[in-house]
Structures are given as C-alpha cells and as structure tokens.
Design a protein around this ligand. Structure first.
Ligand code: FE
Ligand code: CA
Length: 498
C-alpha cells in the first residue's frame, strides 16, 4: 500500500504528492459518495464534514482521489432550498487527511435548524440538516447508537433515527470493526460481497480509511448523519478489540501498538464530524468533550479507552484504590465539570457499562470499582445523573445506586444502554447472558435484539424508548418496535415503565 506510513503520521509529516498529480484536472464524478455530516453542536454553530471519495471502495484506500489538494465550497442556510444562505466558505481537502474537510461554522443563532451542502467544481453534495444547541433549553431529544458491524447486517435503526429527526445523535463507540470480513464466516449482511482486500485485520492507515469507507457506503447511516448533529466517542474497535491505553491484548509490544493507535485515531478524525481540537497528535487525541444544552443538560462525552489502567493482574489489583478507567486528568476534568454544573440533568456518555453486573466484566466499569465509587459519589452530589453507554450489543435499563453493594442505598440516576446498530446480527429477545443482568433488582430491562434508544429530556422528566428490530441480516426493511419505554422524574430518579 502507498501513502502515509504509521511513522510519518506519528510525527505529523505530510506525504509527498504522487508523481501523477496534476492540479486543475477535474476530480471524477460522484465525489460525495460517503455522504455529508455535522457534529460538535454548540449554541452558535457546529462542524460540517464530508470526505471526497468518488470511488469509495478503491482497494488502495484513497477513495479514487489523486494526491492533490482540492478546494471544497460549503453553504449553510436557514431553509432546505437555500434561499436564505447565512454562511459561505471554502475548505481545502488534502490527501494528508484523506480528502476530508471539517469546516467549523460559528456565529449562528441558538436552537435553530440549519441546512448545509458542499460543492466541488460543478458537483453539489446531498443537503444535510443540523441544529444548534439552545442557550436555555426546555426539551432535548436524542438517539444513542453504538456498534455498527456493517458485515453483520443492515441498518434499519439508522433509517428510523433519520425519520425521527432528533436534536442530536450520540455515537458511543465501535463505529468500525477491525476484523477481516470473510464470506461464509462473519459476512451475514445478505446479498453483498466484499473483495479480498477486506479479508484481513486492518492495520495500516489506508486499511482503516477503507474500512470507514465500506461502512459509510450504507445509505441509512448516511441518512442519519445528514439528519442531525452527531456527538462522537470511540470504544475499542476503532483501534483493536479490547485494547487499553497502549496495551493490545494480542501481544503487540506497546512501542509498536502506539503506531497502530496513531493511524487508527487519525482515521477516526478523518471520518467523523468532530472539531479541530480532536485532531490527533501522533498517538494522542482528546475526544472527551463537554456540551451544555443550555441549562437543561450538561453532557460529558467520555473516553474509556485511551487512558485506562491495564487488565488487573489479580483481585487485589482490581480493587486498588488508585485504579482508573478514565485516567486522572479526565477524571478531574469530569468532576470539576459536575461540581460546577448549572444543568438540570447531568449526562455522561461513553463506551462501557457503569452498572455493577459481575466482577469478571473487567473490560467495563466492573473492572474499575474504585473509580466507579469516586464517580458515583460525584454523580450523587451533582444530581439527576444519566449514564448513556453501549458496547454490549444489548438493550439494558438500570437504576444507578449510590452503592451497588447495598440494595437500600439511594437511586442516584439511571443508565440507558443501547444495543448495537448491527453487531451480532439478528439477535433474539433474550439469551444466555440475560440472567447475569436481571439477577440485580436495579436492572429493569434486558433485550438482545438490535436497535437504538431515543431519549427526551425536559425540565420535569426523562423519557426513553428502546427501539429494536425483528431482523437485520436479510435486508434494511424491518419495521421498528418500541420494545420498552421508561420515565424518570427529575429529582427522584427511578425507572417507571411506560
Ligand atoms: Fe461492539
Ligand atoms: Ca466495544
């Protein structure tokens, strides 16, 4: 493969242009084959995103683009027919960032719908819809999604999310999976074939880029991106299964694994609508972020992977008081933000489950009990805690206890775990793991089909609908089913079935 090596990315060096680059030639048609997106919403603006890829599945990972700079114009309007354009700008798509652009648009009005589009030469992109955050806020509705193994099935969940046009979409990790995709093995999405270049575990920057391209060719995923601003965090599979910090569980030495992390983090930035503050510096990238939805909700997006302590060597290690999943800097940032929170709701969104389930779930917060105790104490003080997670490919609703070991301790918030968009295929309503979860009185719901959660916050209550689908492997046409719904009143958190 040609292009950036891991080492050149790690030190931030640009790749030389290839010898056949001739600026001024028109790029091939179909440049917007990966769609458009917006993210990082604020009261005065957002980040727009597209990545030029006229041949998204070109095996070399370059999307059919030559190694040259391409000017990309963008427009933002108050109406979908662009009669009231409020911003025009120019961004330069470069081969160093896979011809992705991330223009940041500021100075707009709060709590307003906006429409945007891009132009390259004579070609115009699809129109995206996005929305700024409020400065006060009385109602905020969002979908949570995670774990979109493209090869395990279609994405009816994204089609349904797009039809609901929420104020935002929270993506909680596993946007891609790194595994080789093999027909007759893990390729369960019926009626599709993939080339041999997809058949190996991805390692290089070009392979990560190609994997994002493959997943992003899904029209329902593109529709969900084009419908609402996304708030994005990663979990493990954006790099490698169950990695933590610079530790691979497959025996790759840390000094080599950080190179892989560097290219994986770079591809994540290139392919998602996130701000310049999350541009990787070598193997380091800050993706944890805070968003204030007026004074209605303070949203803390958490990075559960980059800073976590390694797998415990024994039970004493697991119980160690100094053990951290967030890392000391992110922990302090989070607690500072919770202590100063002006909001009715204190929302945390991250990859892995907080609720205590079994001591051997060391990948989740069960592997970090001291960090969980510190966090629960802060959440109890802050009040009206809402934890949003994914990772387990199951829907779960639970009540957060001040002390999970003491059933009589107060309920201090709720956790809403969204099932996967695609990972694990069709699934079933229940499975062999259900009893591990439902043994606890604070776990109120468990379902092992695919779907998403749609949550609405108001000044008086939280409501959450768990949406699932009877199947996803055969096609994208399954009808959505609200399999459970709950309400939690403000200042008296609990899960009341609706
Ligand atoms: Fe997953
Ligand atoms: Ca995961």
């Amino acid at each position: 493969m040609t292009g950036l090596s891991a080492a050149s990315v790690a030190v931030g060096v640009s790749a030389p242009a290839s010898s056949d680059a001739t600026p001024g030639r028109p790029i091939p048609s179909g440049a917007f084959g990966l769609g458009v997106a917006s993210g990082d919403p604020r009261p005065d603006g957002f980040v727009l995103w597209t990545r030029l890829a006229p041949t998204p599945l070109a095996a070399d990972g370059h999307g059919g683009m030559r190694a040259e700079h391409v000017p990309v114009q963008y427009e933002v309007a108050e109406d979908s027919s662009f009669k009231r354009v409020v911003r025009r700008g120019l961004a330069i798509a470069t081969p160093e960032l896979a011809h992705a652009v991330h223009p940041e648009v500021r100075g707009l009005r709060p709590e307003r719908e906006y429409f945007y589009r891009f132009r390259v030469g004579t070609e115009v992109s699809p129109v995206g819809r996005t929305k700024t955050l409020p400065v006060h806020g009385s109602r905020f509705s969002f979908a949570t999604a995670s774990c979109q193994a493209w090869y395990h099935g279609y994405f009816p969940a994204y089609r349904d999310i797009a039809s609901r046009a929420p104020d935002a979409v929270f993506f909680l990790g596993d946007y891609i999976y790194e595994y080789g995709i093999v027909a007759g093995g893990n390729l369960w999405r019926e009626g599709v074939t993939v080339g041999p270049e997809h058949g190996v575990e991805i390692e290089t920057l070009e392979q990560y880029r190609l994997r994002y391209s493959l997943f992003k060719t899904d029209p329902d995923l593109q529709a969900a991106h084009a419908t609402a601003p996304w708030l994005n965090v990663w979990d493990d599979h954006e790099v490698q299964n169950n990695y933590g910090a610079d530790n691979s569980i497959y025996g790759i030495p840390p000094e080599l694994f950080v190179h892989r992390r560097a290219v994986a983090y770079r591809a994540f930035y290139e392919n998602l609508p996130i701000g310049l503050g999350s541009l990787p510096e070598g193997p380091d990238t800050q993706v944890y972020q805070r968003y204030d939805v007026g004074t209605l909700a303070r949203i803390n997006l958490l990075d559960n992977r980059q800073y976590r302590d390694p797998v415990p060597v024994d039970e004493a290690d697991r119980q160690s008081e100094s053990r951290t999943i967030l890392g000391s800097k992110q922990e302090q940032w989070l607690y500072d933000g919770l202590r100063r929170s002006p909001a009715t709701w204190n929302v945390l969104a991250g990859g892995v489950v907080l609720t205590a389930i079994t001591d051997d779930r060391i990948e989740q917060w069960d592997g970090y009990p001291a960090n969980r105790r510190r966090l629960l104490a802060e959440l109890q003080q802050a009040g009206n805690a809402v934890m949003l997670t994914g990772d387990i490919h199951r829907h779960v609703a639970s009540e957060l206890k001040a002390d999970f070991a003491d059933p009589a301790s107060p309920t201090i918030g709720v956790e809403l775990v969204c099932s996967s968009i695609g990972s694990d295929g069709d699934g079933a309503d229940t499975d062999q793991y259900a009893k591990d979860w439902l043994q606890h009185p604070y776990v109120k719901f468990y379902n092992a089909r695919r779907g998403y959660v749609h949550t609405t916050l108001t000044r008086s209550e939280l409501t959450a609908e768990f949406v699932n689908f009877p199947y996803i492997e055969a096609d994208a046409n399954a009808v959505p089913h609200v399999v459970a719904a709950f309400r939690s009143p403000v200042d008296a958190p609990r899960l009341e079935a609706l």
